[in-house]
Design a protein around this ligand. Structure first.
Ligand code: GLY
Length: 591
C-alpha cells in the first residue's frame, strides 16, 4: 500500500538523529539494495518506522515489532492487536531458526458445531459467521511482540510501540487501498457504532488524501507501554474485548442494511488470561541444497510449502520448458493441499507433520504427476505411513478458502538477524467490530476452522474445539544456504499464501529469475480445486499451453502481497516488496 507519511511525522520518524545517517534513501520504492539492515512491508510509513528503529540501534526483532504495530495503525483491516500471526526468527549468533505461534485461540466454551445453526442444522453463511462475536479468537499479536522482544530484542516493548503510537495520534494519509477496503466493508462496519465512528465518518469511507487519526489506539498502545500486556490479557482492555464479543456494540440505526443476525461469542476474561504464545520447532526440509524453515502447526504453511518443494525436487525444473515446470508446480501444489486438508490441524502430532516432509512420502506423491495430463481435482490425499513403495490412494475433499487479507513483513539487521512475520485479523476488516474506546478491530480467525467435516468418512483435523487454534496457511519462510541466510519471504492471501511462497521460491531458485522478477511474475494457485485460480497475466501467458495439458483457470485480479529480502555476498541486502499488487509495497535499506 503506497501511503505518504504526513509532513508532521517527518521530523519524528524520518529525519536521522546522527549525521552519519544523513542522506538515507526514503523508503518508498518496492525494491532497494544496500547495507546495514533492511525492511520490507506493504506500507511506506511502516517501513520507514522499521528503518528508523534499525538506525537507532534496535535489532531486527525490535524493528519487526515496531513495523507490525505501525501496520496496526495504517493497515488496520489486515492486522493489529486484535489478531494474531506467526513470527520466524533467524539468530545470527547461534545460527538457529526459532518460531513463535501467536495464533488466535478459540474460547474454552467453543464446541465442534459452533458454526452450525442449531435452528436449521446447516452451517452459517460465511458472512453471518464472520460478522459476529462468535468468530473472534483470543488475539495473539501483542503477546507475540512481548515474547519476541523479551527473548531476542534489544529494546523494550514500550520503546518499540512508541513510533506507532505517534502515527496513530498524529494521523496518516488515507490512500486508495484504505478507502477501497472501507468501501468493501461499509455494510459490515455500519452495523457497529465504534467501527462506523472510526472508519465511516459522516457515514462514508474517509476521503483519499484525508488524514485519519486514531487517538483510541494511541491510548491503548500507551496503556500497554505503561502497564505491560496484562492490561490486555485480563486487564481493562481485556474487559472491553470480552464485552464487545459477548455483547457486540450494534448500532441502533445502522446507515446500511445487513441481512444476518449478529451473534455473540463466548470469549471470557479467563480465556484472555490463559492465552499463551507457543514456541514450536520450525518445520525444516532441504530443497536443492537450501535449508527451508517454516511454520509448524497450527499453520499448514511450513508443511505444505515443504511437501510441495519435496515433490518438485523429483523434477529438474530448471531444465524443463516453462510449461512443464509450471504444470509440475500446479500438480505438486494440489497433492500437497490434499495432504494438508486431510492431516494438518492444531492437534496434528509432530511425527505426522514431519512424515509429510519426508523424501519417501514425496517420491510416492511425485509418482502421481503425469507430465502429459493434469490430474482430475480434487486429488486424494496420500498415506504418510512410512511404507512408500506403491502409489496408495484414499478419498478426500478440495480446499476452496482464499482471501486478500493479512499482511507480511521482512526485516534484517546489521548483526545478521532476520525476522519473517505474517500477521492477520483474517478477512479484510476482521469481524467488523472495533472494541469501543480502544481503536482496533477484532479478528474473525475462528472462521478458519472448517464449519463441518470436509473429509468424508475420515476425521477432519480442522473442526472447531475448545481452546483450539484454527489451521492457518501463513507461511513465513527463511531459507539458509551453507548455514547462512539466503532468502526470507512471506505473503498474505489466505490459503493462496502457500502457493505464493512456493511460486516465488521456484521462480528464484529454479527458473532463473531475480528476486524482484520472482515477486513480480504473474501468479497461479492450485489448491486441489477443479480450476486453477490465476491472475489475468498468467492466464494470458502460460495459460493456453497449460490448458492443453488439461488445466482450467478462474481469474483472480491479484494474488498475495509478498515481501522478501535476499542476502547477497559481502553483507549486501536486496529488499523487495510488490511492484504493483496491493497498491505497491515499500522496501528500504539502512544504508
Ligand atoms: N487467516 C488466514 C490464515 O491464517 O491463513
Amino acid at each position: 500500500m503506497r501511503r505518504l507519511v504526513p509532513l508532521v511525522l517527518i521530523p519524528v520518524l524520518l529525519v536521522p538523529a546522527a549525521p552519519a545517517q544523513a542522506g538515507a534513501p526514503p523508503a518508498t520504492g518496492p525494491t532497494a539494495s544496500g547495507y546495514g539492515g533492511a525492511v520490507s512491508s506493504v506500507d511506506p510509513t511502516a517501513t520507514a518506522v522499521g528503518l528508523e528503529v534499525l538506525r537507532r540501534g534496535g535489532n531486527a526483532v525490535d524493528a519487526a515489532v515496531a513495523v507490525a504495530a505501525t501496520l496496526g495503525v495504517t493497515e488496520p483491516f489486515s492486522a493489529g492487536i486484535g489478531g494474531g500471526g506467526f513470527f520466524v526468527y533467524y539468530d545470527a549468533r547461534s545460527g538457529r531458526v526459532s518460531t513463535l505461534d501467536g495464533r488466535e485461540t478459540a474460547p474454552r466454551s467453543m464446541t465442534q458445531t459452533a458454526f452450525v445453526n442449531p435452528a436449521t442444522g446447516q452451517p452459517y453463511a460465511f458472512q453471518e459467521a464472520r460478522v459476529s462475536g462468535l468468530s473472534a479468537g483470543v488475539p495473539g499479536s501483542l503477546a507475540t511482540w512481548d515474547t519476541a522482544v523479551r527473548r531476542w530484542g534489544k529494546r523494550s516493548l514500550a520503546t518499540n510501540l512508541a513510533p506507532a503510537t505517534d502515527v496513530a495520534r498524529r494521523g496518516f494519509t488515507v490512500d486508495q487501498t484504505f478507502a477501497t477496503q472501507v468501501n468493501d466493508n461499509a455494510a459490515a462496519f455500519a452495523q457497529f457504532t465504534p467501527t462506523a465512528a472510526l472508519f465511516l465518518p459522516g457515514g462514508q469511507p474517509p476521503a483519499v488524501g484525508s488524514t485519519l487519526r486514531n487517538p483510541d489506539l494511541a491510548a491503548t498502545y500507551d496503556l500497554v507501554a505503561r502497564r505491560g500486556i496484562d492490561a490486555f490479557y485480563g486487564g481493562e482492555v481485556g474487559r472491553d474485548i470480552v464485552q464487545a464479543v459477548q455483547h457486540p456494540p450494534v448500532a441502533a440505526a445502522p446507515s446500511r442494511p445487513w441481512q444476518y443476525e449478529i451473534r455473540p461469542g463466548g470469549m471470557t476474561l479467563a480465556d484472555l488470561r490463559a492465552y499463551e504464545v507457543r514456541q514450536p520447532a520450525p518445520t525444516h526440509m532441504v530443497y536443492r541444497g537450501y535449508d527451508v524453515y517454516g511454520m509448524a502447526t497450527p499453520s499448514s504453511g511450513g508443511s505444505t510449502v515443504g511437501e510441495a518443494l519435496n515433490i518438485l525436487e523429483r523434477s529438474d525444473l530448471g531444465s524443463l520448458d516453462r510449461t512443464q515446470a509450471l504444470h509440475r508446480y500446479l500438480e505438486a501444489s494440489a497433492l500437497a493441499f490434499a495432504d494438508r486438508n486431510r492431516y494438518v490441524g492444531d492437534y496434528t502430532p509432530r511425527r505426522l507433520l514431519d512424515a509429510l516432509l519426508t523424501n519417501g512420502f514425496a517420491a510416492e506423491r511425485a509418482c502421481r504427476i503425469d507430465p502429459l495430463h493434469a490430474a482430475t481435482k480434487p486429488v486424494p490425499p496420500g498415506d504418510p505411513d512410512g511404507r512408500y513403495d506403491t502409489c496408495a490412494t484414499t478419498t478426500g475433499g478440495a480446499s476452496t478458502d482464499y482471501g486478500k487479507s493479512t499482511t507480511n513483513l521482512t526485516v534484517a539487521d546489521k548483526w545478521g538477524n532476520v525476522v519473517e512475520y505474517t500477521l492477520t485479523i483474517e478477512q479484510i476488516g476482521g469481524n467488523g467490530i472495533v472494541v469501543p474506546g480502544r481503536g482496533f478491530l477484532l479478528n474473525n480467525e475462528l472462521t478458519d476452522f472448517n464449519f463441518t467435516n470436509t473429509q468424508g468418512t475420515a476425521d477432519d483435523p480442522n473442526l472447531p474445539g475448545p481452546g483450539k487454534r484454527p489451521r492457518s496457511s501463513m507461511a513465513p519462510t527463511i531459507v539458509l544456504r551453507d548455514g547462512h541466510p539466503f532468502l526470507a519471504l512471506g505473503s498474505p492471501g489466505g490459503s493462496t499464501i502457500i502457493t505464493t511462497v512456493l511460486q516465488i521460491l521456484i521462480n528464484r531458485i529454479d527458473l532463473g529469475m531475480t528476486l524482484p522478477e520472482a515477486l513480480a511474475a504473474p501468479r497461479a494457485t492450485q489448491r486441489n480445486t477443479a480450476a486453477v485460480v490465476a491472475e489475468p497475466a498468467f492466464i494470458a501467458g502460460p495459460g493456453p499451453a497449460l490448458g492443453a495439458l488439461g488445466h482450467t483457470f478462474t481469474p483472480m485480479a491479484e494474488i498475495g502481497a509478498a515481501t522478501a529480502i535476499e542476502f547477497l555476498p559481502r553483507g549486501k541486502l536486496l529488499a523487495c516488496a510488490e511492484p504493483v499488487r496491493r497498491g505497491t509495497g515499500s522496501a528500504g535499506t539502512v544504508r
